[in-house]
Ligand binder design. Sequence first.
Ligand SMILES: *[C@@H]1O[C@H](CO)[C@@H](O)[C@H](O)[C@H]1NC(C)=O
Ligand SMILES: *[C@@H]1O[C@H](CO)[C@@H](O)[C@H](O)[C@H]1NC(C)=O
Ligand SMILES: *[C@@H]1O[C@H](CO)[C@@H](O)[C@H](O)[C@H]1NC(C)=O
Ligand SMILES: *[C@@H]1O[C@H](CO)[C@@H](O)[C@H](O)[C@H]1NC(C)=O
Ligand SMILES: *[C@@H]1O[C@H](CO)[C@@H](O)[C@H](O)[C@H]1NC(C)=O
Ligand SMILES: *[C@@H]1O[C@H](CO)[C@@H](O)[C@H](O)[C@H]1NC(C)=O
Ligand SMILES: *[C@@H]1O[C@H](CO)[C@@H](O)[C@H](O)[C@H]1NC(C)=O
Length: 342
Amino acid sequence: MGFNFFLALICILNFQPFLKAKNLETYIVHVDVQPDDVESWYNSFLATNDVTVPRILYRYRHVFSGFAAKLSPEHLKSMQQRNGFISARPERTPESHPATRPSATKGSHHRSVENKTNTASNFDMISGTSMPCPHLSGVAALLKSAHPDWSPAAIKSAIVTTADQVNLGGKPIEDGTNSLPANIFATGSGHVNPSRANDPGLVYDTQPDEYIPYLCGLNYTSQQVGIIVQRSVNCSTSIPEAQLNYPSFSIVLGSSPQTYTRTVTNVGEPNKSYNVEIVSPASVNVTVNPAKLNFSKLGQKLVYNETFTRSAATGGNILSQRFIRWNSAKDYVRSPIAVVFV
Ligand SMILES: *[C@@H]1O[C@H](CO)[C@@H](O)[C@H](O)[C@H]1NC(C)=O
Ligand SMILES: *[C@@H]1O[C@H](CO)[C@@H](O)[C@H](O)[C@H]1NC(C)=O
Ligand SMILES: *[C@@H]1O[C@H](CO)[C@@H](O)[C@H](O)[C@H]1NC(C)=O
Ligand SMILES: *[C@@H]1O[C@H](CO)[C@@H](O)[C@H](O)[C@H]1NC(C)=O
Ligand SMILES: *[C@@H]1O[C@H](CO)[C@@H](O)[C@H](O)[C@H]1NC(C)=O
Ligand SMILES: *[C@@H]1O[C@H](CO)[C@@H](O)[C@H](O)[C@H]1NC(C)=O
Ligand SMILES: *[C@@H]1O[C@H](CO)[C@@H](O)[C@H](O)[C@H]1NC(C)=O
């Protein structure tokens, strides 16, 4: 909170003068200048007494050297005459298509963001953990624009509980390294389905303060948690890791049963019932109480308990994975379960 406020204040201070200036447009500028020299290069084409000019909005240094800045037509002209100038193009927000998904098999139907068809290829496939980040950020932005009142946790829940379990060929999602079906630590909850995430029925919502007893339960000290949240914290209240109101279950199971509580919020239709479907992980008995959730209005929250009990010898397996699903006549809300035996 304090940190956000501080950031907001910095922005207000920096941007106040140029908000008054006219005819400014944001440009993405590509230059042939060492990244560390970008700022002095930028200053070189401005009149020295130009107090209405903002600082650079963003500096690019990894993929190319350049910056984003608000520029007037006069700035643009004077900049284009400097040594080192390569290109400047107005910032553009590509049209979004929430109903379609990026698909490697349908490349010919998709254009690159630049909308060029005369390049060698207008799509590319890149894998790795850095690639889900821009895709999921885009999905999160779409969900936030469709549901401005959803919290970050609600958006995450919608994405997690609606993900697909098979790949675009209808087969189990494979592990990239050996072409065998991937386990839960590789797939997470599955392949993101933005259209379904837009209408998830129920969400597992979490308020920022609920992370405090959670962090305390991970054995951080009051002082350490206080540094994260920027205020004094008393860790005499803590919860077990799996008790955070999260849309999945990650359980470390010994011989004693464990029970966790979840709260689901109705974001679908006012009058709707859900029945639980339990697909217990091998060697684990999962029970859910109550087994039916009857909602009568939007925004209504209902609570259920889920109990995990070791039911059989694990046969040497250390990991077991399955899911529970809340099914209505129209949709379902799926929570993956990973159990590690100790
Ligand atoms: C992309 O190119 C197509 C065909 O050239 C054109 O019809 C369309 O308007 C362009 N879209 C954008 C967003 O520029
Ligand atoms: C926290 O510490 C307690 C007591 O030492 C221990 O039983 C528990 O497993 C620890 N929790 C985690 C998440 O490390
Ligand atoms: C934290 O809360 C507990 C229980 O309310 C109390 O006994 C303890 O003194 C508190 N610790 C601090 C540092 O305030
Ligand atoms: C809610 O749904 C149930 C079962 O479909 C129905 O019996 C009941 O009349 C509905 N209530 C309202 C207020 O629509
Ligand atoms: C699972 O636990 C419930 C409640 O304790 C019990 O009624 C049921 O028989 C158990 N199922 C299995 C397969 O062990
Ligand atoms: C939900 O409604 C059904 C009837 O449709 C009823 O049998 C059941 O007890 C209700 N469950 C809860 C938890 O209220
Ligand atoms: C869930 O478990 C808690 C703690 O064991 C208990 O107080 C609560 O009544 C239970 N709720 C349901 C719906 O079973």
